[in-house]
Design a protein around this ligand. Structure first.
Ligand SMILES: Cc1cc(Cl)ccc1OCc1nc2ccc(F)cc2n1[C@H](C(=O)NC1CCCCC1)C1CCCCC1
Length: 233
């Protein structure tokens, strides 16, 4: 019995993370802009760098609210942020695309993304991921916790104190497991499928530098923050 119930302290814990996630939602201005018109590859690249730059800043604020994060070794805090920022961007992009929109808007958005300047070879893995996230119909709490679980992945490059990160990730996974059972009672494998998406996310991480350098334009410009996060320039 007690295994399934979300305890009082888990509820409090989850509230901190979900409130912070909601406070830091990227305003849907990227979809509004993309729905307005098909921009050139150059304009789209600038839009991406603007959105990505603000998303990283938002991610840092969200991460600071994760209970216990700020008591981790400072270099490990940086390593976790650097190691998860791209995955968090793709996760956020997937969540934006799977948001319910008026009829036909999602199709237009997909079309604009397909013609944005990202080279063809990355479309399939990217949209496969978006579709697989969309099919999960995650509730907000699940989205927030999945983002927190992604950030607190112990085996990122340069993380020294793995056990300390695992100790923070474990309670997060426990609450997420209970949430999945609560919101998807008829899908006992839902939690496992959710975690399976994190594996797909890592493969997208693998492509990201090529996605940027192969963008259909010359001499891409990056903000200093993105040079850190995107391993470019
Ligand atoms: C995240 C990411 C990383 C790399 Cl390397 C390459 C590409 C990419 O995003 C693709 C991508 N998938 C999307 C799905 C829905 C959507 F509304 C926008 C999406 N985007 C790009 C974007 O603005 N993403 C930001 C969304 C908010 C959080 C930070 C990132 C737009 C940029 C303008 C040209 C059309 C693609």
């Amino acid at each position: 019995k007690e295994k399934a119930e979300i305890t009082k302290e888990q509820q409090a814990f989850m509230k901190v993370i979900v409130d912070s996630y909601n406070r830091h939602q990227i305003p849907q201005d990227v979809t509004k802009k993309l729905l307005q018109e098909q921009y050139s590859a150059e304009e789209n690249f600038i839009l991406l760098t603007e959105m990505a730059t603000s998303q990283v800043q938002v991610l840092v604020e969200f991460t600071k609210n994760i209970p216990g994060f700020l008591s981790l070794d400072h270099e490990d805090q940086i390593a976790l942020l650097k190691g998860s920022a791209v995955e968090a961007m793709f996760l956020r992009s997937a969540q934006v695309l799977s948001t319910k929109m008026p009829n036909g808007h999602t199709e237009v958005l997909e079309e604009r993304i397909r013609n944005s300047g990202i080279s063809e070879e990355f479309m399939t893995p990217m949209f496969n991921f978006y579709k697989s996230i969309g099919k999960l119909h995650m509730v907000q709490e699940e989205q927030a916790l999945l983002t927190a679980v992604t950030i607190l992945t112990p085996d990122r490059p340069f993380v020294k104190d793995h056990p300390a990160v695992e100790r923070l990730q474990e309670p997060m996974l426990e609450v997420l497991r209970k949430l999945c059972a609560l919101h998807h009672p008829r899908e006992p494998q839902y939690f496992a499928r959710l975690l399976g998406r994190l594996t797909e996310l890592r493969t997208l991480n693998h492509y990201h530098t090529e996605m940027l350098t192969s963008w259909r334009m010359n001499d891409q410009k990056f903000t200093p923050l993105l040079c850190e996060i995107w391993d470019v320039q």
